[in-house]
Design a protein around this ligand. Structure first.
Ligand SMILES: Cc1cc2nc3c(=O)[nH]c(=O)nc-3n(C[C@H](O)[C@H](O)[C@H](O)COP(=O)(O)OP(=O)(O)OC[C@H]3O[C@@H](n4cnc5c(N)ncnc54)[C@H](O)[C@@H]3O)c2cc1C
Length: 479
């Protein structure tokens, strides 16, 4: 069979599109096959509730996209992408009616954390100063020769600690501890686990350095900008084109798979060398999520004023409460008071809802593949910090952990990040190698969030995988 494309990419999530763009920029002809009717995977938007209410189907808040060294090289603004920085990037309401907040400015954040101002400043300021260097280090495979070893070591030593231990060691008071714990909970790890602090540092520092922005018009705009740039470079995207077997693909020199290890096993398990297949089979899932998108008649009546100006909120109360919740979830127990992540995009972007009305994006952590309905528990958590919330609800759209896979084969059991991000799987993702994207099957590369640096909309897995493919299969072309 003659070669039809230099490269075929399976999946048009942020990593698939990043891989396709990297290859197309190097002069390759590229086809992207996407199972869904719309491209974008975890970066899509749709009217899920009522006409005129635009919801982010998956990702909503994008510190990692703005921080991405690869996305920075792309002309995404030319293709309509603009970022909105909410007045307060993150608020964490507490039961006394106050809220601990992450602001862009480290000093201002520290000043608000009364009793822990000095400690917060001492730990975050030197790291924030080195943000650019650090972001370049941790947004690539962990097995690499660091270009900034001193900055990296200063980050890595506290980052490897369990979040509960570090927060209680560093801070004396609940607001700073809870704020740190809430950000660490993005890891989906029990907060007593090693490296759970890394997530608090990466996302906290990103908040100080690049903010926690939202794209004007929804996360679909990130995809549209990437997809239109790819088309300008000559790439083709075919939607409604699910690949069940690698043999179904048109002939090409390289195949890049924006699919998780489990989807890869389904597609090609029988063709894999036994040792590699066993390694993928032993890869562990993270817990899942239960998501609700709301159409609201009014802004949420938060008790704490700061919450009314925040793009993102973490609802989980104290550090001990969040730690208990995340421990329960990891053990397969449905939490009574779940840790709830909230984004209120329409407060800052009037394109999301009809005049005066609002959208709300909410999800909570649940055990892997959980089929339970968390609506009451989520709404009780919101009511706890915003009495009267239920009166604002016009419509809701629920997605259970066990259902997420129906809209994206990568979201098996509700795991949104391509596998657990524990210490072992951060280092060996999915295999221990400086180039974990390369598979033992010639010309086939994994480029999804099951590879480093893992979950999030940043495109770095796709970019790194494409560079390896260019090196192996197209040695004369430069990315
Ligand atoms: C509810 C939710 C909220 C999130 N919130 C955030 C957030 O706020 N910020 C953030 O940075 N990240 C967030 N994430 C995580 C982020 O969306 C993912 O980590 C990111 O999208 C991973 O990108 P990817 O390209 O690896 O995979 P995906 O985005 O999952 O894309 C994979 C694509 O491949 C397609 N595909 C899979 N199998 C096949 C096949 N066999 N044939 C053809 N096509 C196939 C899928 O349909 C999909 O379009 C969230 C995720 C979810 C689900």
């Amino acid at each position: 069979m003659p070669i039809e494309y230099d490269a075929v990419v399976v999946g048009s999530g942020p990593n698939g599109l990043a891989a396709a763009i990297t290859l197309a920029r190097a002069g390759c002809s590229v086809l992207v096959c996407e199972a869904n009717a719309t491209p974008g995977g975890g970066a899509r938007s749709a009217e899920l509730t009522l006409p005129g209410f635009l919801h982010d189907v998956c990702s909503a808040v994008h510190p990692l996209a703005v921080a991405s060294p690869f996305f920075k090289t792309l002309p995404l603004e030319r293709f309509g992408l603009t970022w909105i920085q909410p007045e307060v990037p993150l608020a964490h309401p507490l039961d006394d009616g106050s809220a601990a907040c992450l602001h862009r400015d480290v000093d201002f954040t520290a000043e608000q954390l009364i009793g822990d101002s000095g400690a917060y400043r001492r730990v975050m300021k030197p790291l924030a100063r080195n943000w650019e260097k650090l972001a370049n280090e941790f947004l690539q495979p962990p097995l690499h020769l660091p270009r900034h070893p001193v900055a990296l070591a200063r980050f890595a030593i506290p980052a490897v600690c369990p979040a509960t231990f570090l927060a209680k060691f560093l801070f004396k008071h609940e607001p700073a501890r809870a704020l740190f714990a809430g950000i660490a909970a993005h890891s989906f790890l029990p907060l007593e686990a090693l490296v759970s602090s890394a997530f608090a540092f990466v996302l906290g520092l990103a908040g100080h350095s690049v903010g926690w922005p939202i794209p004007r018009g929804g996360s679909q705009r990130i995809t549209n900008a990437l997809a239109n740039y790819l088309r300008e470079l000559g790439g083709t995207i075919e939607t409604n084109h699910r690949i069940d077997n690698l043999n179904d693909l048109p002939k090409s020199r390289a195949i890049l798979l924006d699919v998780t290890v489990w989807e890869f096993l389904r597609m090609a398990g029988e063709q894999m060398p036994t040792r590699y297949r066993r390694r993928l089979e032993s890869f562990r899932h993270a817990p899942g999520i239960f998501k609700i998108d709301y159409a609201l008649s009014d802004p949420i009546p938060w008790k704490a004023e700061a919450c009314r100006h925040a793009g993102t909120l973490h609802l989980g109360g104290s550090i001990d409460e969040i730690a208990t919740t995340e421990r329960d979830v990891a053990r397969g127990k449905i939490p009574e008071r779940p840790f709830v992540l909230v984004a209120q995009q329409s407060l800052f972007d009037e394109t999301r809802a009809p005049g005066g009305q609002h959208t709300l994006w909410v999800y909570c952590h649940v055990p892997f593949n959980c089929a339970g309905d968390m609506t009451d528990r989520i709404e009780s958590q919101v009511e706890r910090f915003a009495p009267g919330f239920r009166d604002c609800i016009l419509s809701r759209h629920k997605t259970r952990a066990a259902d997420l896979e129906k809209s994206n084969p990568n979201l098996t059991g509700g795991d949104i990040n391509g596998g657990a991000a524990n210490l072992m799987q951060l280092i060996a993702r999915p295999i221990l190698s400086p180039t974990p994207y390369r598979t033992p099957m010639k010309g086939i590369y994994l480029c999804s969030s099951s590879t480093p640096p893992g979950g999030g909309v940043h495109g770095m897995c796709g970019y790194h995988a494409a560079r390896v493919a260019l090196h192996d299969c197209f040695s004369t072309r430069k990315p």
